[in-house]
Each structure stands twice: as C-alpha cells, then as structure tokens.
Design a protein around this ligand. Sequence first.
Ligand code: FSO
Ligand code: SF4
Length: 551
Amino acid sequence: MFCFQCQETSNNTGCTEVGICGKTSEVANLQDLLIFVLKGVAFYADKANALGLRDDETPLKVARDLFSTITNVNFDPDFFVQRIKEALNLRNHVRKVFFTAYEQKHGHPFNEFLPEAATWMANTREDFLVKAQTVGVLATEDVDIRSLRELLIYGLKGISAYIEHADVLREQDSAVCAFIMEGLAATTDDTLTADDLIALVLKAGNTAVKAMALLDRANTSTYGHPEPTQVNIGVRNRPGILVSGHDLKDLEQLLEQTKDTGIDVYTHGEMLPAHSYPFFKKYNHFVGNYGNAWHEQRKEFAAFNGPVLMTTNCLVPPNDEYKDRVFTTGVVQFPGLVHIPNREPGKQKDFSPLIEMARRCDPPIPLEEGLISGGFAHHAVLSIADRVVEAVRAGDIKRFVVMGGCEGRHVSRQYYRQVAEQLPKDTVILTAGCAKYRYNKLNLGDINGIPRILDAGQCNDAYSLVVIALELAKAFDTDDINKLPISFDIAWYEQKAVAVLLALLSLGVKGIRLGPTLPAFISPAVLKILIEKFGVQPIGSPQEDIAVMVG
Ligand code: FSO
Ligand code: SF4
C-alpha cells in the first residue's frame, strides 16, 4: 500500500504497511483499484458528455464510490471488492453507450487511444488484489504530475462527498457532475502537462464552490436557515443515541423514529451544527452535543453508554469496549459493525436496531456541562451585516481570522487553540468544520454584541464564510477579498478540506496559512507554485502568525 492523502500520513511521507487511520493494506490497495476503475468510467462518461449525452446518474454513482475512499469512511475489504465489480459493470455499460453514439455520429467505430483503466477487466478478488499493486499513487512516476493528479483526485473526493449529501436531499448540479468526470478522466491522460493539471485543479476549486453552494441550498431549503443557537453540552438522565458524521437526512429520520420512545438523541463531532437548523428544534428529545471532534471518539463513545450512529466520517476503528454499540450507515462501513441499509424508494432507513438497543442502555456519563454557541452561517451573519460593517468602520473589529477546517490528533494542533486565546480582543474568528473544537468552548466574549467566535457549521459550511467575505467586500466597495481585513489560518486533515482549500484558491484568496503540516502529496515544485501564485504558507508559532495577521 501507499497512501498519503491525509494530514496524519506516516512521517508526513506516506503510510506503507498500515494506515495511521487504521486502514489495512488490503483495503488501501482495493481503494486504489476502485479509483483506477472509476477513472475508466470517467474516461467514457466524459467523452459521452462531449457528444451531448447528458447523464448525471453515472457521476453520482462515481461520487458515492469516491466518497467511500475518503479518510475514516470505509474500512471494509468486502465492500470494496463489491464496489469494484459494480464499477467494472458500470464502465462497460457507459462504454457501450458511448461507442454506439460515437459510431452513429461519425459513421465509423471509435478508434482512438484507450488508457488501461478503460480496458482492464477481471472478476475475482484474487485478480483484483494482484492488479491493485500496480495502479496506486506511485504508478505515476513523475513526482510533480503525481502530486497534481492526486491533488485533483482529493479535491474531487471532497466535492463528491458534498454532492452525495445534496443528492440525498434531491439537489443535483449537472455542471458539477460533468466536471467530476472530466477531472477524473484527465488523470489517465499522459499528454497533459503540469500547467494543464494546474488549470484543472483550479477548475476543481471552482467546482467545489458550486458543490458547496448546492449543498447549502439543499440543507437550507429542507431544514431552514441556521440561526444563532446555544447548544447544551450536558446530559439528561435517560438513555440516548449518539449521531455523528454529516448526514442531516439520517438525523431527521432517526429523530422521527425516536419520538416519544423515552430515548434522547445527542450529536457528536460534525453533527453539532444540526442544532442550529429551525427544523430540528421541534424535537424535545434532541438534547444537545456530546463530546468533541472525531479523534476523541474512543473515550467518548465508551462513556456514552448507548448506541452510536456513524453517518459519514470520521470513524476511528472501535475497540471491544464499545464496538457492539457502533452502527454504520451510508458509505461508512467497518468489518463486524452492524450496517443500517440504504433507504428504499419512498421509505425511511430503519433505525429500529439502535432504538431497541438504546432501551437497554444506561444514560450517558456526563463529560461536561454548559452551553456552546453556533448557527452563524451566512444568513444569520448577513442579517447583522450592518452592525458588523459598522464595527469594522468604527475600528471595534480590526480583523477577521478564518480558522475553519478539521481537527486531528497531532499535538501541534494546540497551535489553533493558542491562536484563538492570544488573538487581540478586537478580532473575530470565523470557523466551520470540526477544527473549532480546539477553541469553541473558550469564552472569548463579544464585540458590540457580535460573538468573537462565529461558527458557520460543518466543513461544507465553509461556503458560508465565502459568502460572508464576498458580502463584506461589497460593503467595502471592493471586488478583491484580499483587500478586506481577513486572514485565513486553515487546519486540514482529510480530502473535503482539500476541496475547501481549492475553493478558496479559485476565489483568489491569497496568503492562506495551512497547518498543522503541509500535505505530503504536494511536491516541492508544486509547493513552489502554490507559494508564488497564491502565497500559501505553513503555520509558524502562534505569536509570530498573530503578529503578521493583525499587524
Ligand atoms: Fe471533520 Fe472528519 Fe467535517 Fe472532515 S469529522 S475531519 S473535513 O471528516 O469532515 O470536519
Ligand atoms: Fe495514512 Fe491518512 Fe491514508 Fe489513512 S488516509 S492510510 S492515515 S494517509
């Protein structure tokens, strides 16, 4: 195996025997082969698209599979064997459709070069495992081309996760779907230069903005606009079910099915922002948020005492203490855990196994008590835009620091808490994603009634931060975000954060600080481009960085 897609990759170089995340080499190899076959699907789908055969269904299937290869989503080798078989069938189907349409249009069969991903075929797990050894990241020998191809693929994985969430809420965008095919197909084209790939990486950023806007529309049209909300972090004396991940539809159906059962529902990690949607406030048994970001789940899930539902990443391989209480659903799977199957058309997912288990469980052990605030997505912030602009004009707010992104295990991530603590009192932190858990329980006060930490929501709600920045730009009569008093100090971990980073670059944001380490998949030459073109820089010490940001 060789995997270097996340921030915690071994020695910041690559995981080669087993993932730091717990992914086995068998799973890593099968994921490589699945991506290889998906490139073959994309090769034909992209060409079919160019012939005017519009098809969103194929890209959505590919997106679901790409999502399953994101860090901490799916650890089950059997799942990937099955997905490879289905992806091969899908590729053969799309090939047939394309070949037929091509011949009809041109009067002769398609006879151009076919990459191996478009032709390779096998049927057995044994053959899959042999082939998998040859099609991973290292199959691209040129380090810069490899770096750009992987940067593009990781951006596409993040975009895929967002459009899968939107699709669950019945929102799709054909342009985003088409680009997933174009981008993936481009990674099979050996004639593309580094400049060609950089252009595609920026197009991926532009597409990530569209994907996040799509998901924002899906979420807010279904559940209303998030509103400023105080979320309870204590517990009640009744059994509970803990929901983690990012899928709001799963949460909705679980809340419906647990109504009047005497069971409480708590959020964990990235599900915290659900409390700010008006739709979810009607459930009296939707009690609060339990615990912190994903990497603390071993101790927190053990203490929770009740069943836990993982709707998406980040799943940490569970230990025996609580393993029998963790349920997966959607693209998440782990060998030995009970998986709640997908919804059948017109029906809800069936969460009764969790409900039955919860009835026999003790209430959660309290971890802390109090309230944390959230719900400052674009609608809520723009509704107080006048006050914000006024505070900036009066000099009461000197700077905004965007500190969104992901949390992780590295000790060096204490940097983000220290920055939050040490930023001058006339600064406001804008955040989204699980990175906020490093500092969202600090009492940083407010500026003229505007909280000093404005939490827009999940990682995908980084879109809100973009909308807020663009609106501020309008208020200050500029079309350049870089002229605003905003600094970007982003924490990354997995591939959705890569999509968010590319989105910011495509919007022309300069000088982003990225940490706690720079991605291992960025080669020195690609890093040089990111520095020269965009001023991307590694984090330094909290003191130095604050001095530069607010100086
Ligand atoms: Fe966190 Fe995990 Fe939302 Fe990521 S839970 S780290 S960017 O998967 O998804 O922020
Ligand atoms: Fe290693 Fe991250 Fe890949 Fe897991 S996802 S194998 S930790 S690089």
